[in-house]
Write a new protein. Structure first.
Ligand SMILES: Nc1ncnc2c1ncn2[C@@H]1O[C@H](COP(=O)(O)OP(=O)(O)O)[C@@H](O)[C@H]1O
Ligand SMILES: CC(=O)OP(=O)(O)O
Ligand SMILES: [Mg+2]
Length: 406
């Protein structure tokens, strides 16, 4: 079975193709991978395709994204990256969908009403849900009625109990859907299961915190495989300090900026989502690598941005720890979590009273899917390569199996 996965972000469209005869226990390599960076150049995007040992870069239009996605799919059947005779060989398409609202707690086939719900949720995920709709409509146009599945970032967090999923605001607002949804759920779920596998312990016995630190960043508290708390909220803006997002700030700042500085909601949205976080504080970059380099070269604002990032990460770790009332494993994942030894080191400092001890050497040895705590540590510290695309493909496989199309 050929499963195509589309993972649309605000600034990129990632995609991969899996060819499966059976469901493997470990993530297989996709046979084709593509990535469109819509902002690669001021006037055009850049498509990068990797397949059959070849890497190709092709400029694509950024003003008509559906055309760009068409170009990406053509590379499956044409040229040096060709891996299919025809696009009709694709049996099913899985989409990462960031916001599923209160409506969806599992993956679901994309019927017209599902598409309408994803559209209706655009105000709650303005940087993500429009891109998912583009991806779904591009597939409809190019592949006709191939089954499409939505796998929601919010689904894994539906188990969070009301004491942590509701805000202390007029209760009627909660009844209208203003509550914590949480995001990156596919990654949190995959990593918490993988942690149990690596530790060779039943997931039911584990209290785990997953730190998904990418461009967007969130923590989850997982008890016995069930999510009980997370740092992102009604939208992916709450919680940790991120690349370009502020994370949590006093809500009265927004009232002040509107009343005293005449900021419009649109302006606030752009400034808090795209011009804050590491980028806003350092004034240099949203990319943790660049901020660390500048800090090491003596740039004061980059040092401040880094210190704030760590402070907020540790505060939120404390909050997840309180929800779990204990901790067996702390997992680092996503771009920053998997690659930055200094972020892991600083995040793990000061928890001696918990018996949490990082092994410095292991931490600096580019660890993947491994334990980086000392033998004496009472809490295991793991680095896990997140496999959101594979988790989505697996959902597609299961959906196809149970719907009888396998
Ligand atoms: N070696 C590294 N050190 C620090 N940060 C890194 C490193 N490699 C990647 N990153 C960070 O990872 C981020 C991207 O993470 P990723 O999980 O791919 O994000 P997303 O899926 O949200 O786009 C980049 O912005 C970069 O800051
Ligand atoms: C929900 C979210 O923040 O996603 P990403 O990290 O991909 O931007
Ligand atoms: Mg990501």
């Amino acid at each position: 079975m050929k499963i195509l996965v589309l993972n649309a972000g605000s600034s990129s469209q990632k995609s991969c193709l899996y060819a499966l005869d059976s469901l493997p226990s470990h993530p297989p390599e996709p046979i084709w991978k593509a990535d469109i960076d819509w902002y690669a150049k001021p006037d055009s995007g850049l498509l990068t395709v990797k397949a059959r040992g070849v890497k190709q870069s092709i400029p694509v239009s950024a003003s008509d994204r559906i055309l760009g996605i068409e170009c990406m799919l053509k590379s499956l059947v044409e040229g040096e990256t060709r891996v299919l005779e025809s696009l009709a060989e694709i049996s099913i398409v899985g989409h990462r969908v960031v916001h599923g609202g209160i409506e969806y707690s599992t993956a679901i086939g994309i019927a017209p009403e599902v598409k309408e719900t994803i559209k209706a949720l655009i105000p709650l995920a303005p940087n993500h849900n429009p891109a998912h709709i583009e991806g779904i409509e591009a597939i409809e146009r190019i592949l006709g009625d191939v089954p499409q599945i939505a796998v929601f970032d919010t689904a894994f967090h539906r188990s969070i109990p009301p004491a942590s999923s509701l805000y202390p605001i007029p209760y009627e607002w909660a009844e209208q859907g203003i509550r914590r949804y949480g995001f990156h759920g596919t990654s949190h779920q995959y990593c918490s299961r993988q942690a149990a596998d690596i530790l060779d312990r039943p997931i039911e016995s584990l209290k785990t915190i997953v730190a998904h630190l990418g461009n967007g960043a969130s923590l989850s508290a997982v008890r016995g495989g069930v999510c009980i708390d997370t740092t992102m909220g009604f939208t992916p803006l709450e919680g940790l300090m991120m690349g370009t997002r502020s994370g949590s700030i006093d809500p009265a700042i927004l009232i002040y900026l509107q009343q005293e500085w005449a900021f419009t909601p649109e302006k606030l949205n752009t400034l808090l989502n795209k011009e804050s976080g590491l980028k806003g504080v350092s004034g240099i970059s949203a990319d943790m690598r660049t901020v660390i380099l500048a800090m090491q070269e003596g740039d004061e604002r980059s040092k401040l941005a880094f210190d704030m990032y760590i402070h907020r990460l540790k505060s939120c770790l404390g909050s997840m720890l309180a929800s779990l009332e204990g901790l067996d494993a702390l997992v680092f994942t996503a771009g920053v979590g998997e690659n930055s030894a200094i972020v892991r080191e600083r995040a793990c400092q000061g928890w001696d009273f918990l018996g949490l001890q990082l092994d410095k050497e292991k931490n600096e040895s580019h660890p993947v899917d491994t334990d980086i705590s000392t033998a004496e540590s009472k809490v295991r510290i793991l680095v896990i390569h997140t496999e959101e695309d594979w988790a989505i493909a697996r959902e597609c496989w299961q959906y196809a199996k149970f719907s009888g199309s396998l």
